[in-house]
Ligand binder design. Structure first.
Ligand code: LMR
Length: 393
């Protein structure tokens, strides 16, 4: 019965990891998937996570089912972190999700159920899975202009113009900070313009926030989300703690939907719970318990902020070292790498150059030219510099 099933293409990001794992070359470097590694090339276990994990284990609590919408303490802690006092808590429907992807899937299904004819706009370019998730949920997905390759930055005029001509009710997926894949973010003044057009055209914003704290600080990186919430509009925020807590495999995320009032939030939550129940029943316990414990303990939370700052600073150092190294190797025009935020760098390398990097030098990045600079370290840096210089000269 599966005789006619076609082989699907590999996933553009996780499929590359599969290829990387199969590569026998010892000096291989994976700058494909967005995973932060420390200076020794390891995915870190944060101290705050280690401590919370030890407390939880010592407590010996059984692993019963969580409620459909997740651990209440976690959902409340997420709402506090994401919104602070920009919106009343009872106006926000929050569900714990399977990472940021799970949150996107739940909101995509919910929006398709409630507004099947709405269009969905994602940035050009965007994270590959954005288009896939919303298409699979049944939407037509189109793009709004974002990256300006000539000026190496965001073409905010073109972005705002596209949003201006979108139909009311259009769903617009925005990157709250650390734009994936380019690394170029909107400035505070740009965000004001985007918010104004969202309000004016009655668009439905989804702010995807997978990297809060990786650009400047928790506070600054969450400013756009808080401004949208404070504007009193409906919208959604998808949160991931994969990167910020280095809890990738625990799949800890959340979906927050900002509603008109508490009654609407209750009704929306009841529908989100049906989607969760019929998709994966209820979320896993452990990762969310760790995040809730850290976020609700002032000392632990301060420790987390400091560890997050350490990851952020190390990425910035690697960006500078990469530019310095490339310049010393005679490759010019790489300063844009230090103007970008977060884990990723749109390097400007072509698909052919990225393939050559992979095939000839065992340095893996996406064909779009995206490199995960958060996986650079003092040991692999020289190899990467030599490889990039070789393919770009
Ligand atoms: C990435 O963009 O590499 C990360 O967000 C991981 C993923 O799931 O694609």
């Amino acid at each position: 019965i599966f005789a006619t099933v076609q082989r699907a293409p590999r996933d553009p990001i996780l499929g590359l990891t599969e290829q990387f794992v199969a590569d026998q070359r010892e000096h291989k470097v994976n700058l494909g998937v967005g995973v932060y590694q420390d200076a020794s090339g390891k995915v870190p276990v944060l101290e705050c996570v280690r401590a919370a994990d030890a407390d939880l284990s010592a407590g010996g609590k059984p692993y019963g089912y969580l409620p459909i919408d997740g651990l209440a303490a976690y959902d409340n802690a997420v709402a506090d972190l994401v919104f602070d006092d920009s919106v009343e808590r009872d106006r926000v429907a929050v569900v714990q999700s399977l990472g940021g992807t799970g949150a996107l899937k739940v909101i995509a299904d919910f929006l398709h159920q409630t507004r099947p004819d709405a269009g969905v706009l994602i940035s050009a370019p965007s994270w590959e899975n954005h288009r896939a998730i919303f298409t699979r949920a049944g939407f037509e997905v189109a793009e709004y202009p974002y990256y300006d390759a000539d000026r190496r930055g965001v073409d905010v005029d073109a972005m705002v113009a596209a949003l201006q001509s979108a139909e009311p009710g259009t769903v617009v997926v925005l990157h709250a900070c650390c734009h994936n894949p380019t690394g170029y973010d909107l400035s505070p003044a740009d965000w004001e313009r985007v918010l104004a057009v969202v309000v004016e055209r009655d668009l439905f914003p989804i702010l995807d926030m997978a990297y809060q704290g990786f650009a400047t600080s928790l506070e600054a990186d969450g400013a756009a989300v808080r401004a949208f919430a404070a504007a009193g509009i409906n919208g959604a925020v998808t949160t991931s703690f994969s990167k910020t807590f280095s809890l990738y495999g625990e799949r800890v995320g959340a979906l927050s939907v900002v509603c008109a009032d508490a009654d609407e939030a209750g009704r929306v939550l009841s529908q989100l719970k049906i989607i969760v129940r019929t998709t994966y029943s209820n979320p896993p316990t452990h990762g969310a318990a760790i995040v809730a414990a850290v976020l609700t303990d002032p000392a632990q939370r301060a420790g987390w902020e400091s560890e997050l700052g350490g990851m952020r600073d190390r990425i910035k150092q690697m960006r500078t070292a990469l530019v310095d190294g490339l310049t010393a190797a005679g490759a010019t025009g790489w300063e844009h790498i230090t103007a970008q935020n977060g884990m990723f760098s749109y390097s400007g390398l072509t698909a052919e150059q990225m393939i050559a990097l992979r095939e000839e030098h065992a340095v893996y990045g996406l064909d779009s030219g995206r490199l995960c600079v958060a996986a650079l370290n003092p040991t692999n840096l020289d190899r990467v510099i030599t490889a990039i210089a070789a393919v770009s000269n």
